[in-house]
Design a protein around this ligand. Structure first.
Ligand SMILES: NC(=O)c1ccc[n+]([C@@H]2O[C@H](COP(=O)([O-])OP(=O)(O)OC[C@H]3O[C@@H](n4cnc5c(N)ncnc54)[C@H](O)[C@@H]3O)[C@@H](O)[C@H]2O)c1
Length: 348
């Protein structure tokens, strides 16, 4: 299945196919040098399968985890290309989750002022979200994604088979992003998730494709995130604050962050039911104490202070995405006081 992303001269295709990993050489234009960027938590066989299609592959393996998304590692990737004599017609291929993808994409955007970039995302989150849309970045001094560029890939290759090796907790984090998109933009997909779930669904590639159609539509309308694309931040303002304070996984925090953004309780209950089914937290004392490590939840003031530090904060307010109904959202500016109130209403 191919989903085209229509961005004028920056257009590209997303190919979704079981077993596609070993066909990278057929699908991408690869008769040139390639830097494969992966991390040491991604099974080696994936990078090897992707590299097999290329004549001249150089592989860079970074340490798994967000802590690797550094300017130093970015320079290291550029240095590898320089040492291997990469020219402007060579390319970078990411084989991994959002960390490998964001780093590799940023290195591709800067090396010789921009060389071709291809993405082979291997986590559910990166398959449905981070591999598409052209956001690339590294972190600096603990501030996430603060140095980066909008730089579209030349192609994205999604092989759902690779999800078999992903831990259930990482899988659930990707599910949170799918639920986020469906809740705001696609009532039919949300209802399908209510019926069949995501993790248990044998037709996961169709769910991935549906989520990507939402993401693609949003990115095509607003490539640089000045309007509609901000809808993808649903759950992310409070989620970011919760993530900073608790250290829970990003998708888990997005799940929690979405709940206070529901305009009424029946809606929140619907959202809670689908999140819970995917193994995502819906509170801090829901019997999953192991997840948060605390039963009363983090201090609201600390969460909101961290949320307001997010780079999306404008002055004293942040733009939040509020869910009015499944498939219907609004943007609302909110200050700290409002956010504390929202948070306490659900978690207080
Ligand atoms: N660019 C964007 O638009 C965008 C959007 C959302 C998130 N992000 C970024 O994405 C990153 C998070 O991405 P992520 O959730 O994919 O995390 P990740 O890249 O850290 O991967 C999670 C873990 O899964 C392992 N892994 C990857 N594929 C695997 C597989 N198939 N089998 C077994 N293990 C596997 C990795 O080694 C890692 O340990 C963050 O840095 C975030 O800022 C970017």
């Amino acid at each position: 299945m191919v989903i085209p992303v229509d961005l004028g001269k920056n257009s590209y295709d997303i190919t979704i196919e079981k077993g596609a990993l070993s066909k990278a050489g057929e699908i991408f234009e690869v008769d040139r040098k390639v830097l494969i960027v992966t991390d040491d938590g991604v099974p080696e066989k994936y990078a090897e399968a992707a590299a097999a299609g290329y004549g001249q592959a150089v592989t860079a393996v970074i340490k798994a985890g967000e802590a690797s998304k550094t300017p130093e590692n970015f320079v290291e990737l550029c240095r590898k290309m320089l040492e291997a004599g990469f020219s402007r017609k060579d390319c970078v291929v990411a084989v991994g989750g959002g960390v490998a993808g964001d780093m590799a994409g940023f290195a591709a955007s800067c090396y010789m002022r921009g060389i071709d970039f291809y993405n082979i995302p291997t986590t559910l989150l990166s398959q449905v979200d981070s591999s598409v849309g052209g956001k690339t970045a590294v972190d600096l001094d603990g501030v996430k994604n603060i140095i980066g560029a909008f730089y579209q890939p030349k192609g994205v290759l999604i092989d759902p088979e690779v999800l078999r090796t992903l831990s259930p907790r990482q899988f659930a984090c990707g599910a949170a992003e799918i639920i986020k998109m469906a809740a705001c933009m696609d009532r039919k997909l949300f209802e399908q998730i209510e019926r069949n779930g995501i993790a248990e669904n044998p037709e996961i590639e169709n769910i991935i494709a549906d989520a990507l159609r939402i993401k693609t539509r949003v990115v095509e309308e607003d490539e640089k995130e000045i309007g509609l694309r901000r809808v993808l931040n649903f759950g992310h303002t409070l989620g970011h604050g919760i993530e900073t304070v608790t250290g829970l996984y990003h998708g888990e925090c997005v799940a929690l962050g979405m709940l206070p953004m529901c305009k009424n309780e029946p809606l929140r209950k619907r959202l809670e039911a689908v999140l819970k089914r995917e193994g995502l937290p819906i509170g801090f004392s829901d019997g999953k104490g192991g997840l948060s490590g605390c039963c009363h939840g983090p201090d609201p003031e600390a969460v909101i202070a961290a949320a307001m530090h997010d780079k999306k904060a404008e002055g004293n307010t942040v733009v939040t995405v509020r869910l009015e109904d499944i498939g219907k959202f609004t943007f609302e500016a909110a200050g700290s006081e409002q956010l504390v109130k929202d948070y306490l209403e659900v978690f207080g």
